[in-house]
Ligand binder design. Structure first.
Ligand code: GTS
Length: 208
């Protein structure tokens, strides 16, 4: 078993990107799956810095907040740019992905039945920003010439959006190629094909 342990609910949710990243970086990790009824008893919640999951343990070091976890993994596995400027751009792209993720999560959990069609109609106005960055960089990644934690986060958000709307990348050739190439990276492919990945729902309410 590897150095990392993820504690989270039985969904892809906010652990999708970090799992894909760890798989691609050749890491093994342990999963502690928390049953929501147990969570509601409150004992574990009381130990979490913000009263929420996910939690990542790296040896004896515990970390909360999914994007802080991605950054930590980025530092550990040389996926945080080659210098300070690249790191800043990677932070910027990760925050941009977070903005899209929050819109997606709001639609899924609060407005799926009434807001899904409007969301999909508006989606190109968000995806075009990522398309422009990806097209300009020309390496197949958002920043630099190898995947950073922001790429894993974008990749995972795009996979979820392809489930929501299978044609959503048809007018974004750089993003489409990015998803195809990331999906074909051998360790990512093995992970995406695994039962451990496939059996987990994307979201906790069954909507996708
Ligand atoms: N900003 C946090 C992060 O990125 O890690 C958000 C974490 C969060 O919202 N966790 C939810 C939670 O612990 C679960 S999920 O939204 O990620 O599925 N909910 C339980 C609770 O009691 O708040």
């Amino acid at each position: 078993m590897g150095r990392y342990t993820i504690t989270y609910f039985g969904v892809r949710g906010r652990c999708g990107a970090m799992r894909i990243m760890m798989a691609d970086q050749g890491q093994e990790w342990k999963e502690i799956v928390v049953d929501f009824a147990d969570w509601m008893k409150g004992d574990l919640k009381a130990t979490c810095v913000f009263g929420q999951l996910p939690k990542l343990e790296d040896g004896g070091f515990a970390l909360y907040q999914s994007n802080a976890i991605l950054r930590h993994l980025g530092r550990n596995h040389d996926a945080y740019g080659k210098d300070g400027k690249e790191a800043a751009l990677i932070d910027m792209m990760c925050d941009g992905v977070e903005d899209l993720r929050l819109k997606y999560v709001k639609m899924i959990y609060q407005e799926y039945d009434t807001g899904k069609d409007v969301y999909i109609k508006d989606l190109p106005n968000h995806l075009d920003k990522f398309e422009a960055v990806m097209a300009k960089n020309k390496t197949g990644f958002l920043v630099g010439d190898k995947p950073s934690f922001a790429d894993y986060s974008l990749f995972e958000v795009l996979l979820n959006h392809l489930v929501l709307c299978s044609s959503c990348l048809d007018t974004f050739p750089s993003l489409k190629s990015f998803v195809e190439k990331m999906s074909a990276r051998p360790k990512i492919k093995t992970f995406l094909d695994s039962e451990a990945y496939k059996q987990l729902p994307i979201n906790g309410n069954g909507k996708q």
